[in-house]
Design a protein around this ligand. Structure first.
Ligand SMILES: Cc1ncc(COP(=O)(O)O)c(C=O)c1O
Length: 382
């Protein structure tokens, strides 16, 4: 795998920019969330498109995964309870406040089905992570998208203006995917305080660890509002590098957890992830190294962007969004022809591309391809 990727990187350096038609296989049930691109059936693509942790889990976590293999013939029901307790003690909350999900995507699904339905409304930003919007529609609710402000934070005044008694759920992704931008904590507190009493608020903190020091950011888990309408979603898919094992969780009031749990898939947690995530929570060195590495990789990306007079949106995550003043579709396709997958289309920001940060050699390949695309040379003057 590694050898062929190295070989491939070398071949990129020698100008392998010709179109390569790749066969695609259909993807599983969650594919409706993503309009592109499906997983390649074969070939060795550089994946800068799903905001994963490109470096993988630590040795301690990998060992926990190996040692859990002997238990895969059992339903992990006892482990469900112990992992719930572990996460609760990690966040200094009661176990009744923790709800586990098959990725935080399942948390979003549970929230949509618990709090939305026919005649009810979800308010969310445009663009933002789309999963909850799809689940809201599946639950029969209306979806009200509200454009981000010009500086890419949630337009909380505009969201508030759209909120009515029927608005039973608001989704706030902070930092926001795909823009990598922050919405100030103080403004969020004022906003939540002014929402109708019957409106629940999901704060999605999938990218929490990547924020770094910021006077305007504070997690709603670390600094809770003590408002029973607030549900915080977290995931093991990003900083902990376990996207393929699928574990997310919510921290919420016990009665909210109970309401949401009714919509959980029975036995939604697997026998491997229970042990892997416990090890990941213990491995604080890995988390700190991952944060530092991401800070370095992000800085390197911005250095490259500056060299080319590009102006990406300030990033508080492990990905970067940038205006190319050119249809994103074409750029995505041209990178794909060069065996690099970059973030999907975001119709509300048609000329922006989202690039997940990869390993240094992968990012070098990215910039090499960037420099071969003639139409991208002209955008520096904008
Ligand atoms: C903001 C946000 N929330 C949730 C998810 C889903 O993560 P998980 O892998 O935990 O389902 C993602 C995935 O990219 C995301 O960007």
């Amino acid at each position: 795998m590694l050898t062929s990727r190295r070989g491939f990187l070398r071949s990129l350096g020698t100008g392998a920019a010709a179109g390569i038609a790749m066969p695609w296989r259909s993807v599983g049930p969650a594919a409706f969330i993503f309009d592109s691109p499906p997983l390649p059936q074969e070939g060795d693509f550089i994946r800068l498109y799903s905001n994963e942790n490109a470096y993988g889990p630590s040795t301690k976590v990998a060992n926990a995964i190996k040692s859990s293999l002997g238990g895969v013939n059992r339903y992990p029901r006892m482990e469900y309870a112990s992992l719930t307790e572990r996460i609760a003690s990690f966040h200094h909350v009661k176990p009744e406040q923790i709800l586990l999900g098959c990725g935080s995507t399942e948390i979003l699904r549970m929230a949509a089905f618990a709090f939305l339905g026919s005649g009810k409304q979800l308010i969310q930003a445009l663009p933002t992570f789309e999963a909850i919007e799809h689940y809201a529609r599946a639950a029969g609710a209306d979806d009200i998208p509200v454009h981000l402000t010009p500086n890419f934070s949630h337009d909380l005044n505009a969201m508030l203006a759209r909120a009515t008694e029927s608005t039973t759920l608001v989704y706030i992704c902070n930092p926001n995917n795909p823009t990598a931008s922050l919405t100030p904590r103080k403004e969020l507190e004022d906003f939540i305080g002014k929402l109708p009493a019957s409106t629940y608020v999901v704060i999605d903190e999938a990218y929490h660890h990547y924020v770094g020091r910021s006077a305007t950011y504070a997690s709603f888990i670390d600094n809770p509002l003590h408002d029973a309408r607030v549900i915080v979603a977290r995931t093991f898919s990003k900083i902990y590098a376990l996207a393929g094992l699928r574990l997310g969780y919510a921290v919420a009031a016990p009665n909210v957890v109970q309401q949401m749990r009714k919509f959980a898939t029975e036995d939604n947690i697997n026998a491997i992830v229970t042990q892997a995530t416990a090890a990941a929570l213990d491995d604080t060195d890995q988390v700190n190294e991952s944060i530092q590495r991401n800070t370095d990789d992000r800085q390197e990306f911005f250095n490259h962007a500056m060299l080319r007079s590009l102006k990406p949106i300030d990033s508080h995550t492990n990905f970067v969004m940038m205006n190319t003043f050119h249809p994103a579709d074409q750029i995505i396709q041209d990178f794909r022809k060069n065996k690099i997958l970059i973030g999907r289309r975001f119709p509300a920001m048609e000329t922006y591309v989202r690039i997940s940060l990869g390993r240094p050699e992968e990012m070098q390949a990215f910039w090499r391809v960037w420099d071969t695309l003639p139409y991208l040379k002209d955008i520096a003057g904008h």
